[in-house]
Design a protein around this ligand. Structure first.
Ligand SMILES: NC(=O)c1ccc[n+]([C@@H]2O[C@H](COP(=O)([O-])OP(=O)(O)OC[C@H]3O[C@@H](n4cnc5c(N)ncnc54)[C@H](OP(=O)(O)O)[C@@H]3O)[C@@H](O)[C@H]2O)c1
Length: 257
């Protein structure tokens, strides 16, 4: 892992911190992405389901940041599993780009791994429409099913991750398979008033939210906090001027439910 990015299996470089955009729509989505790019983010997470791809595409273009410097993720909703190529074509048109950096199966359709869909994802990657492909909300056994069917491992599994969700077994299983864990809802699922977080935050002169996001990075987990507020957007990326000690990481791990 370099300071601010990780290289995925297959060689694509992914920034460790991205802007989450669920529940950001219209002008708010546009403004949040502009603020994020101005603050130095180079990674934006969206999904067909979020209905904000057009605003995100416009914000990237208007920002003046070259497209190739921004890592764009979008996701296929399971109800589109029957027409993945058309859905991706719609995403690309809305985003105003000829490829995404990461395309994810948003969640297992009907709880099934869907190797046939995964085969389509691999073909799309082969065609250059997605630089990397992966999954979201998959269990390890479901990932193993995809690998057994195709010989190809999803390079990312995007799952809920916060101190309350900390699951060392899932991290180890993912690492063993070359699957990078990307954590969503890092803040929403956290009690930011926890005395443990407050004490560690005070020791470093940062906020409890920054401690939580830095804790993700200490575990090698990519993290995608959402904010609509320019100050919080900037603060959520300001994680590289401090580091947690092993003891602090262990105390935060101990907040798992
Ligand atoms: N793959 C999936 O199934 C899946 C599911 C859920 C989410 N996601 C992705 O993950 C992203 C992040 O997850 P999320 O949106 O659920 O939740 P989140 O990022 O954990 O939390 C967002 C909430 O935290 C607040 N917040 C942001 N920064 C803060 C800070 N520094 N201090 C205090 N509060 C702060 C935000 O309010 P303000 O906006 O007012 O700052 C918002 O209410 C999503 O946006 C989406 O891109 C993926």
């Amino acid at each position: 892992m370099t300071d601010r990015s990780v290289v995925l299996a297959g060689g694509v470089e992914m920034p460790l911190v991205g802007l989450g955009t669920w529940q950001l729509s219209g002008r708010a989505a546009y403004e949040a992405v502009r603020s994020a790019l101005e603050a130095g983010y180079r990674h934006i997470d969206t999904a067909t389901m979020y209905r904000n791809e057009a605003e995100i595409g416009r914000a990237v273009r208007d920002s003046g940041v070259p497209r190739e410097e921004v890592f764009l993720t979008t996701k296929l909703p399971p109800d589109r599993a029957g027409r993945p190529r058309r859905t991706l074509a719609e995403s690309l048109a809305a985003l105003g780009t000829d490829h995404v950096d990461l395309w994810l199966v948003h969640w297992p359709a009907g709880g099934r791994a869907e190797p046939a869909l995964w085969r389509e994802f691999l073909a799309v990657q082969e065609d250059g429409l997605a630089r990397a492909v992966g999954v979201s909300n998959y269990r390890t056994a479901q990932i193993d099913e995809l690998v057994a069917a195709t010989g190809q491992t999803p390079v990312v599994n995007q799952v809920p991750w916060s101190p309350a969700d900390h699951d060392p077994a899932l991290l180890a299983e993912s690492r063993d398979r070359g699957v990078l864990v990307e954590g969503y809802s890092p803040l929403k699922r956290t009690d930011l008033r926890s005395p443990v977080l407050a004490e560690i935050a005070a020791a470093h002169g940062v906020t409890p939210a920054q401690v939580v996001l830095r804790w993700h990075l200490e575990h090698g987990i990519v993290v995608i906090p959402k904010s609509a507020n320019p100050e919080r957007i900037a603060a959520n990326l300001d994680l590289f001027g401090f580091a947690l000690t092993p003891d602090e990481v262990a105390r935060i791990d101990g907040l798992a439910r």
